[in-house]
Write a protein that binds this ligand. Structure first.
Ligand code: NAP
Length: 486
């Protein structure tokens, strides 16, 4: 069974003991004391004997990410005293003291390896655990996860080594590796390391005790796969909803390049990730890797939500639900109306599909006209038109599905202001900033101008329900949205 181990890094024994007692009352199941963080090692370790959970003493060396620079005999003398005081002892892989470690029994010896730069190949991950475990009661290996390929190698290596039934802990360090911490039990880890509180992490990607306790042993893990994902506020929306709905779950970000989708899907399968959102560049390319598409995603030809149903991956599209709710909320009459859609990418597919299905006559214009033409072929009731032609026509509805106006992109409009007029419904799928140049101009002309906030929230609400079976409240996600983008 995996135990939560709080890593304590304090400058003296008194503060380390105070943190230890506090974390025990908050549910810490074991403790690691990073004595290398103390400029002066404590002479008396007896007060630590009072602690009611297993304790590990660590004097981590500099090249392994610690602060210990003393000589070997000083280190041995301290670890010997720690073992006598009932601590288990952590020694770095390859350290000369490993040759004497058996003398420390009955204390348990952990042999740990930290790669602060990278993750090696899967076979090297396995070999590292095998080599650590050969002389230890528990092997610990932590690798820096920079890419989805690295994460796959950590997970695969951990899964293979787990078949040995030896005691071990494997960690993917960094934001991309967080899933190895929250699903440590799935990997068969003995310990799941946590910080005493946010901001007190001893390794990158470590979560705090309260979060780890809240998640429990079997959390529902979801997230966002794509590149880039840094700007996404979906984690704020979903994590707020998990808490409000009382569902022990977490939404993570998984930066994944075009050629790393297979590695991501390996991780999903190995760890039983419950579902995920899909963004650029995978919304269409993921389709051949899925077991089934629902009819809406099939029709649109793009997937933004995947559910893992007993190992089968089902692709769906909740963007279209986001578009539909936005139009409903604003009471827009669509049947028989003239609509102009700007852009011909993933968002445009959902908007065109929805508007055409509701009886609008839809024109699509795009920077690359070939893409507008293939989109128009895919949805009856839609026509590709050049920008000049569009600017001569009168539209009741205009929807921007390009990133123009979005933070970090040119603050321009993808169409001339001449097409904007009083009484129109103008939607921008962009939500950051809240008022894009298109929306500002549309309001000025007396049109109803709406940004992409509700589209984002309603698609997120629909995805949340698919993964959890629970209805999240709009207000909860809306509050999280405002906090994320004040
Ligand atoms: P996408 O598949 O990459 O498509 C982008 C579209 O924008 C393409 O038609 C592209 O034209 C066009 N475009 C890109 N840069 C342009 C520029 N500088 N000038 C003119 N046209 C440009 O992206 P997407 O997933 O459809 O996303 C598009 C926008 O929708 C983004 O701003 C995104 O934030 C927003 N969105 C919002 C939500 C929401 O929930 N509110 C959901 C999804 C998307 P080419 O074909 O010529 O490259």
């Amino acid at each position: 069974m995996t135990r939560i181990c709080v890593a304590i890094s304090e400058v003296d024994a008194a503060s380390a003991l105070a943190v230890a007692k506090d974390t025990i009352t908050r549910g810490a199941e074991s403790l690691e004391f990073r004595f290398d963080a103390m400029p002066v090692l404590p002479d008396d370790l007896t007060p630590f004997k009072e602690l009611t959970v297993r304790r590990i003493a660590t004097l981590r060396e500099k090249d392994q990410g610690g602060a210990w620079e003393g000589n070997i005999e000083k280190k041995w003398e301290f670890l010997w005293r720690a073992a006598e005081a009932g601590f288990d002892v952590d020694l770095e892989f390859g350290h000369p003291l490993i040759a004497r470690a058996h003398i420390l029994k009955p204390s348990r010896v952990i042999i740990s390896y930290h790669d602060l730069k990278k993750t090696p190949s899967t076979s090297r991950v396995i070999e590292t655990l095998v080599e650590c475990s050969a002389r230890a009661d528990m092997a610990k290996a932590a690798f820096t996860v920079r890419t989805m390929k690295d994460l796959d190698q950590v997970v695969e290596g951990g899964m293979w080594f787990g078949l040995s039934r030896e005691r071990f802990t494997i960690i993917g360090m960094g934001e991309l590796g967080t899933v190895t911490r929250v699903l440590a039990h799935k990997l068969g880890c003995t310990l799941a390391y946590a910080s005493s509180e946010p901001g007190r992490e001893t390794a990158p990607g470590q979560l705090d005790l309260e979060t780890m306790k809240w998640l429990g042993k079997e959390p529902l893990v979801t997230g966002l796969v794509g590149y880039p994902v840094d700007h996404s506020i979906s984690p704020s929306l979903h994590n707020a909803a998990f808490h409000a709905a009382g569902v022990r779950g977490i939404y993570l970000k998984w930066v994944t390049l075009s050629d790393e989708l297979d590695e991501f899907l390996d991780v999903v399968d190995a760890l039983g990730v419950k579902g995920f959102n899909v963004t650029i560049p995978h919304k269409e390319t993921i389709i051949p890797n899925l077991d089934r598409l629902d009819p809406v995603a099939e029709k649109i030809g793009a997937v933004n939500t995947v559910t893992n149903e007993d190992g089968k991956l089902i692709g769906r599209n909740t963007d279209v639900i986001g578009v539909e709710r936005t139009f409903e909320k604003n009471g827009v009459d669509i049947d028989g109306k003239m609509a102009l859609v700007l852009g011909a990418g993933g968002a445009s597919r959902s908007v065109c599909s929805f508007l055409a299905s509701k009886g609008a006559e839809v024109d699509i214009t795009n920077r690359t006209m070939g893409k507008a033409e293939s989109l128009a072929k895919a949805f009856s009731g839609t026509t590709a038109v050049g920008r000049r032609v569009a600017e001569e026509k009168q539209y009741d509805i205009i929807v921007n599905c390009t990133p123009l106006g979005m933070k970090g992109f040119p603050q321009e409009m993808s169409i001339s202001p001449h097409v904007l007029r009083e009484g129109q419904f103008v939607m921008d799928t962009v939500y950051n900033p809240a008022v894009t140049p298109l929306l500002a101009e549309a309001s000025r002309k007396g049109a109803v101008a709406v940004n992409g906030k509700d589209m984002l929230i309603y698609q997120a609400l629909a995805s949340f329900e698919l993964w959890t079976g629970k209805v999240a409240e709009y207000d909860v996600m809306e509050r999280a949205f405002r906090e994320a983008l004040p």
